[in-house]
Design a protein around this ligand. Structure first.
Ligand code: HEM
Length: 235
């Protein structure tokens, strides 16, 4: 594809679906790596805080990753809005009900799970990264923030609900990405479906286990590295 043809390709519906697929795969990959890193919470405060410290120890890697994630989220959201607008404009009113019914449950919920996940990411950053949405945040103690964060029942429940929405979103997203990238044939379709389901189920189960383990007392508080200014109602 020439440099002149590329922008025209990205303006087409096929091009936009490829953008959705590529950015979706990047974000899917991030959630897997992030989940594997977070599972170190089960190894205790020293290991988890060392891991959190390591993530921030190479600024070029940290900011490079953040930039890729930010651009991917932006392109994914903007392109999703554009594709929805295009589909709405192309769809004759009389057919809308039938098309809705023929879509799978996961694909019908894409437009609900997508915005919910966008809200989740904003809340999640304010909760665990910057601390504005965390009543007991201590800057240098990721383990403390993790456990005191999930000690709050409604927060734990909200994370579980959002991870279920993430599961629905990823199952449909991964499956349709294989189609958008032209990888799906009659023979490979069942394999893609199986792989998408298997990875998503493991990811969601692992993510959900963490707030539940804090609530169940399996992951316990430790003595924080610095005394928090106000610690109310945390046991
Ligand atoms: C139960 C599931 C999850 C847990 C327990 C969790 C935990 C955490 C923690 C503890 C941090 C802060 C790390 C630190 O600053 O030391 C963090 C950061 C972050 N999380 Fe999650 N996370 C979860 C799910 C997700 C999901 C599903 C996404 C994306 C869709 C996500 C995206 C991010 C991002 C973008 C950051 C900021 C990374 C940075 O500092 O640049 N997280 N998460």
């Amino acid at each position: 594809m020439t440099a002149i043809a590329a922008p025209r390709f990205l303006q087409s519906t096929v091009g936009k679906k490829v953008v959705m697929a590529v950015t979706g795969i990047i974000l899917f990959g991030f959630t897997i790596v992030h989940m594997l890193g977070n599972l170190q919470i089960y190894l205790g405060p020293a290991k988890f805080n060392a891991y959190a410290h390591f993530l921030k120890s190479v600024p070029s890697l940290l900011w490079g990753t953040r930039a890729i994630l930010f651009i991917s989220v932006l392109l994914h959201v903007v392109t999703a809005v554009q594709l929805t607008a295009l589909a709405g404009a192309a769809r004759p009113r009389a057919y809308s009900f039938r098309r809705w019914r023929s879509a799978s449950y996961a694909s019908r919920t894409m437009m609900l799970s997508g915005p919910l996940l966008a809200l989740f990411v904003v809340y999640h950053l304010l909760h665990f990264t910057t601390g504005q949405a965390h009543p007991h945040f201590i800057k240098q103690d990721a383990y403390w923030n993790f456990v005191t964060g999930f000690k709050v029942v409604w927060t734990a429940v909200a994370y579980v609900v959002c991870m279920l929405a993430l599961g629905l979103h990823l199952i449909h997203g991964a499956y349709s990405a294989s189609q958008s990238l032209g990888l799906r044939t009659a023979r490979t379709a069942p394999v893609f479906k199986l792989v998408a389901y298997a990875i998503t189920i493991v990811l969601v189960a692992a993510n959900i286990s963490m707030p539940i383990a804090v609530q169940a007392g399996v992951i316990k508080l430790h003595v924080p590295t610095e005394v928090p200014p106000v610690v109310v109602g945390v046991r």
